[in-house]
Design a binder for this molecule. Structure first.
Ligand code: ADP
Ligand code: MG
Length: 696
């Protein structure tokens, strides 16, 4: 099958609906998808029947409400279509009721206290804005997951609410500009996904990779990424075969996988799709991560999505390209061709500037996980300090407006004041900044702090809500204005003045910037998860998220709890894995090796009595000292872990994890890694970095 033929072949998309649904049902569905109108329940039966017939024709035997609990991954419970027929056979059944609502037992999903376990029931509700699809033998229906009290137990519900808030506020602004033909504004997202591919046989030999997705030990190999010879390098046949297979699967699910290349670290790669609405992009990114792992297995590989699988080489992130577009096809973050469009563009631009400055803590918090903490602040990733890159031209224009002076740049026309008289300015394609956490890239922003395993829902919820907040404040003011032009001008000027500290066009990886950002500009440097999780309960943020209708107070508290719990659990599993590896693999291996060296030395001595046995003595001495240290450091870690168990307050635990457990893990690793460099390869109990990183 050709690509255009197979593209979306497993998706109940518009083409299928058009051909399989009765005209009136199809039109009702379209209204729901496009305009967010609630679906008439009477239509649901017809849709369900068509969906079932189509799914069965694709080989499906089961259906599931596919949802995104707060674990950050997706969940599904399969139900068969079969229903007994009076003649002893079965028929394939699927009703509108089953399509619209499901009732999975919710008790084992994290709820952060939103739901007491005795009232375990939750329900899933169909999200008709994301197409149903067939995966394997199952019809998957994208759904939102809520408690019986109506609180969101998932990541989709608040994402949809944030998109709605942004739509509402954007429409108010567009109306003020006389833009009445637009009936819907959507946030669009294209997430660039980084990942590592390693050999499956090697993976299986490492408990740390199996249990935690990252290496907890491993001496630095002689070669890492110093030569920069992997980035955009030729793709090896085994990886190319994987990518080929992956693309075909993604395309059949209607996922617009577009760009693929090798990344900076050895064995690291990236996949970028073409952007789509935030909701669908989120569903698609979840599917992409799942399918990457599945396809890798088929190729004898393992796909690592952890943010920092290997120390000493780059970690993996996810660049969240974000913009706003209208149902009439206009990108609101694209500087337009006319002054009028430019004024509107500048207003949306300062809305984002205000949002990122005012809610920097919330944006940082939205990407906080134990895994991503290793990456932010390390030399490859954006720093934990949030700043925005606008490029020289846009910054210059805003500065000119602020200072009420004409804008001029080499060979560009002088810009007169008054936003309605701004001349056109060229989209600046020359400046690029790779180090900024939040960069304007011509017609969209790229938020680069997301970790490779993060659900992109979290960051987009906060981004959408924060920008909706800016726009609502702007609309409140502009709707009352007597002279729209001058009010608009003052608003842009004041807003830029108040929030320009967030704009930084220089190198974000440099220490002086961190100093300037925190000391001179008062920007936040929230380096770890325990440092930033407070943000979700900070009064200004709570007020904003509740007033935009994105979260309730109870939902926010639950997210706070879950973030901390997750952080503590992740590191606890890592520490326990380290202890197990040390006690059952590393120490026995070192002892065995010392024994064999000692035996060799003894034999040599008995043959040649005055031999010095220099190398044997050195190895035995060094390794004996190291094995004592390993034992001592493991004991210290064990003691800290025992103490952690007695703590019931998660926020206290999180700080203990950060300030006590993680440093003890680092100390244990350091001595074990040194021992690795002195132990014969055949004795070391698992494959080292050299093999892991350079064998595919
Ligand atoms: P760049 O080279 O500037 O990074 P690309 O065109 O290669 O730009 O796009 C990179 C990513 O940005 C892709 O995933 C793409 O889908 C996404 N992207 C492009 N335009 C938009 C937009 N308007 N909204 C959201 N994402 C976008
Ligand atoms: Mg990019």
């Amino acid at each position: 099958m050709s690509v255009p033929e197979s593209f979306g072949s497993m998706v109940f998309d518009d083409r299928v609906m058009k051909s399989r649904l009765p005209g009136d049902v199809y039109r009702a569905m379209k209204q729901t998808i496009k305009k967010g109108k609630p679906l008439d329940p009477s239509v649901a039966d017809a849709v369900a029947a068509a969906m079932r017939d189509w799914a069965v024709s694709k080989g499906a035997t089961h259906f599931t409400h596919w949802f995104q609990p707060m674990t950050g991954i997706t969940a599904e419970k399969h139900d068969g279509f079969i229903s007994p027929a009076p003649d002893g056979g079965v028929i394939m059944e699927f009703s509108g009721k089953e399509l619209i609502k499901g009732e999975p037992d919710a008790s084992s999903f994290p709820s952060g206290g939103l739901r007491a376990t005795f009232e375990a029931r939750g329900y899933t509700a169909w999200d008709p804005t994301s197409y149903a699809f067939v995966k394997g033998k199952t019809l998957c229906i994208p759904t939102a997951f809520c408690s019986y009290g109506g609180e969101a137990l998932d990541k989709k519900t608040p994402l949809l609410r944030s998109m709605e808030a942004l739509n509402r506020q954007s429409l108010r602004i567009l109306k003020l500009f006389g833009n009445t033909e637009v009936s819907r504004v959507m946030s669009t997202v294209g997430p660039e996904q980084e990942y590592f591919l390693i050999d499956k046989e090697l993976y299986k030999q490492r408990r740390d990779l199996v249990y935690t997705g990252r290496t907890l030990f491993g001496a630095k190999p002689p070669k890492g990424q110093e030569l920069d010879d992997h980035y955009f390098g030729a793709i090896k046949p085994r990886v190319a075969a994987f990518m080929d297979d992956l693309n075909n699967e993604l395309w059949s699910l209607g996922i617009l996988a577009k760009t693929e290349h090798n990344e900076v670290a050895p064995s690291q790669h990236e996949l970028a799709p073409i952007h789509t609405t935030a909701n669908i992009a989120t569903d698609h990114n979840q599917l992409t991560m799942e399918i990457m792992q599945k396809v890798a297995e088929r190729h004898g590989l393992v796909c690592l999505l952890h943010e920092k699988p290997f120390a000493g080489v780059n970690g993996s992130g996810k660049h969240n390209n974000w913009s706003l577009s209208t149902d009439t096809g206009m990108n609101l973050l694209s500087p337009g061709d006319t002054p009028w469009e430019n004024a509107q563009f500048l207003l949306f631009l300062v809305a984002v500037i205000r949002a990122v400055d005012k809610y920097q803590d919330l944006l940082r918090m939205s990407v906080a996980t134990a895994g991503n903490d290793h990456r932010l602040g390390a030399n490859e990733a954006p720093p934990a300090v949030i700043s925005m890159f606008l490029g020289d031209e846009l910054t210059g224009i805003l500065e000119a407006i602020e200072e009420e002076r004409p804008y001029s740049a080499a060979d560009k026309t002088v810009m007169k004041l008054g936003v309605h008289t701004l001349p056109r300015f060229a989209r600046d394609t020359t400046d690029r900044n790779r180090t900024s956490p939040f960069a304007f890239t011509g017609n969209k922003f790229e938020f680069r702090m997301l970790g490779s395993s993060n659900s992109i829902a979290c960051a987009n919820i906060m981004l959408n809500a924060a920008v909706a907040d800016s726009l609502s404040v702007f609309a409140d003011r502009l709707e009352k204005a007597e002279d729209f032009d001058s009010e608009l001008h003052d608003l842009i000027k004041e807003c830029f003045s108040a929030h320009k500290r967030i704009i930084f066009n220089g190198n974000g990886y440099n220490d002086e910037w961190i100093k300037e950002a925190t000391e001179k500009r008062g920007l936040l440097n929230l380096r770890t998860t325990p440092d930033c999780v407070y943000a979700i309960l900070e009064p200004k943020n709570v007020q904003m998220l509740i007033s935009q209708g994105v979260f309730s107070m109870a939902e926010l508290r639950s997210r706070y709890e879950i973030t901390l719990e997750n952080y503590c659990k992740t590191v606890t599993i890592e520490a326990n894995t380290m202890i197990e590896m040390v006690r059952r693999e590393i120490l026995p291996a070192i002892e065995a090796y010392i024994g064999s060296v000692a035996e060799t030395a003894a034999k040599k001595k008995s043959a040649v009595p005055d031999l010095e046995c220099r190398s044997e003595k050195k190895v035995i001495t060094k390794l004996s000292v190291l094995s004592d240290l390993i034992d001592k450091n493991a004991e210290a870690l064990e003691a800290s872990m025992a103490k952690l168990l007695t703590e019931s307050d998660t926020s206290v635990s999180a700080f203990a994890v950060r300030d006590d457990i993680l440093p003890k893990m680092a100390q244990l690793r350091a001595v074990a890694d040194e021992a690795e460099t002195l132990t014969a390869k055949g004795y070391w109990p698992f494959p080292g970095y050299g093999e892991l990183l350079f064998s595919v």
